[in-house]
Design a protein around this ligand. Sequence first.
Ligand code: SUG
Length: 445
Amino acid sequence: MSGAEEINFDGLVGLTHNYAGLSEGNLASARNANMTARPREAALQGLAKMQRLRALGLSQGVLPPHERPNIKWLRSLGFTGSDGEVWERAWRTEPTVARAALAASAMWAANAATISPSADCGDGRLHATVANLQTMLHRILEGEQTERTLRRLMPDETRFAVHPALLAHDALSDEGAANHMRMAADAGAPGVEVFVYGRKASETKAGFPARQTLEACQAIARSHTLDASRAVFARQAPEAINAGAFHNDVVAVAHEHVLFHHEEAFADKAALYADIRAKAQGFEPVFVEVPSARVGLDDAVTSYLFNSQLLRLPGAQSLTLIAPSEVRENNKTASVVEEVIAASNAVIGQVEYVEVRESMRNGGGPACLRLRIVMTPQERAAAAGGFFLTDALTAQLESWIKKHYREQLAPDDLGDPALVGETQGALDELTRILPLGADFYPFQQ
Ligand code: SUG
């Protein structure tokens, strides 16, 4: 046993959390467009989930929100004046651009990067590749700060390799850990890394956008120095994408030896199973499949059953599912979960429900909100300690949220020039709560 641990780093929900209907193929985002959002509640729900995992005995990290509205980007598009004027002019004249500049989508940390633990990598370092998120205008803006954040978190280049995002082109479309799964005997053992793609670069597009290409997956596997004998590339079923599973983590989740997935998640399930079995070292994979006859893709997508976090609580015999409360509210998914955990020799033996409704309305469940990073004790000691949640840090973040976040953001509030000063003031304070430093955000530079 190496003592390595999988640590969830959750994205702190930003001050401009709102419902702009920005993501084609994400049914919740489209359905809830122009609803009134509750940024304070959203951030507190996210923080409560992090605290819940800590209370269950797990380590938990936190990643800062990005500067929004993104004034630096708006200036690069020719908007001038004070920061407030830039925002007001962009909102008035270029609504599509302005909405992208305002999105708090960096909260979905599963899309921040793809992580390969050092046990999997030929050079013995922990590798991270920042996702280019090039499919959606509002998300392509995230890479720059994500890279800065990950470099602050993991500064020691002898232990950590943080790769910038792949060139932002359709052929190399990459959405990070949301399309990547890892199976291993335990966190510190060499794992099978499963890359799930929606299309190949050469294929013509049809239906909802497939946001991950095979070429992007292969580039990441190469730069992470993964051993080809333990890397798997699998195609996501086009039916799943067209039913609203815009990322693989909407229809599948893996942890240790267990892969929990929907029957229609993958284009060729038999080949995937065989590939994983052939490449698994020191463990026997267990596939827990939910048949379409029990839960259709539509219910999988609305409930986010598979966007649960799957993890092992300290000392537990079986894994625990951290599911969104929407799963409990849907009779079909609730009864499937009951059956899975009640089975004799259940590999998933417990469920905990969490409330992240504000994020769910934009298509972001518990698993979207977190980036899993497996760290050995030495890596953890080399990482910046201030990103790991403690009771004291939680209390500080909670009062920071209550002091700065608006209760509500209705569509008519979004163009308010006062939002700029408000968010910048709050983020400036945040750079003293998290180890970010006085020149972290563009407005500070
Ligand atoms: O990229 N929603 C995000 C949700 C990301 C969920 N992440 C994972 N499945 N891992 C997206 O579609 C909606 C923003 C809006 O419409 O205002 C949004 O960006």
